[in-house]
Ligand binder design. Sequence first.
Ligand code: SF4
Length: 351
Amino acid sequence: MFNTDIFYVKLTKSAKAGLPQNRRHCIRILTGRNIELLKLLDAAYTVRRTYFGNRVTVHILNNVQNGHCPEDCHYCAQSQSSKAKIETYPMKSDAEILAEAKAAHANGAFRYCMVFAGKKPSEERIRHLTGLIRKIKSLYPLEVCVSPGVITREQARTLKQAGLDRLNHNINTSRNLYRRICTSHTYEDRLQTLKNAHAVGLPVCSGVIIGMGETAEDIIDMALALREIKAESIPVNFFIPIPGLKLKNPGALTPEYCLRVLCLFRFLNPKAEIRIAAGREIHLRDMEVLALYPANSLFLDGYLNTKGEARLKTLTMIRDAGFALAGEHDLNGLIEKESGNKKITKSQIFL
Ligand code: SF4
């Protein structure tokens, strides 16, 4: 007979010891009927707390170039195969990118992520990026992440030498499903870029998109692939069905399922920074705050072509649940600033 309490204890123990999880247990986490969600979240939180305490790392993402991508990722509004109506623009000016880095720092970001459309960057773009990275790092105490597309080992080395803290390149889905969501490049192309970064000592951020028609087995494969690569950071996106995308009606997600997925990623990648990324407001709905128990990071603003939830609401959610921000920012100070410096006086509290 299945003893649920022992199950949660085993999950926590093996994750904290860095051991792989039994595949049957992984399936149970995602689909088991007798899973008790609060116990699962508590077990995941015990692992999260071991490595990250109660801190939440806030990222602000900047699409420094948008649209007209020649690739055909079926889930992406910037793809050549998409008919979604989006704002398109070439690469922003350096002045604009630097101003946005300044604003990201002022708004509480620990890490500033610059995202480019396209399969791979030219040598000229890499050179340009090195200048931008150096400038941002000299001006603000921000960690910098770049998502430039497929890069070579030499390009990874150049970016690292410029001071880049992390390279983002998502695996997006499982090897098995990849051909069904993109035909213009391969899963192997993506893995190779991550290997190129690690080969020169550049940490990687590599995420997934849940809700594209994958099975529970596919999700386990994704989490295991990122474990094998030793991804330092894993953004977990939940697919947003924007009208005009090539990928249509892949199936609904429930808040409870999204939480189970986040817990699975935590158990299989205990030391990774696990980030609640796109779709959190839509798919987690009123249960969004519970995602902070398995995940230790979130995007505050501007990801995957959709506007992030209002900053104030997100920061307040973090504080109200008893979490603190990673880095130098004072959470109460940021909330006060966002809410227009409205201070609550004693008389307001007790009247
Ligand atoms: S995910 Fe990246 S490579 Fe794929 S279509 Fe979108 S911008 Fe292009």
